[in-house]
Unconditional design. Structure first.
Length: 69
């Protein structure tokens, strides 16, 4: 799991590795609120060949998923 501190860092990694939000409006809102409240989120390693990756809190609660484009 990789620790992410802001949305810009997350989206930069997503674009490079070919991932994007499942539901942009809902997912982005959840991620921004989580970062604002918790300070960071965690994302599965994007170097895998998985179709779907999860974005979680420090305690493992899944916030949303990223899909391979």
């Amino acid at each position: 799991m990789k620790r992410i501190n802001n949305v810009t860092e997350l989206e930069r990694n997503m674009k490079v590795n070919g991932y994007w939000y499942s539901n942009v409006k809902k997912d982005l809102r959840v991620i921004v609120l989580a970062i604002a409240n918790l300070g960071h989120i965690y994302v599965e390693s994007m170097d895998r060949r998985k179709q779907t990756l999860s974005i979680t809190t420090e305690h493992g609660s899944i916030l949303c998923y990223l899909n391979k484009k």
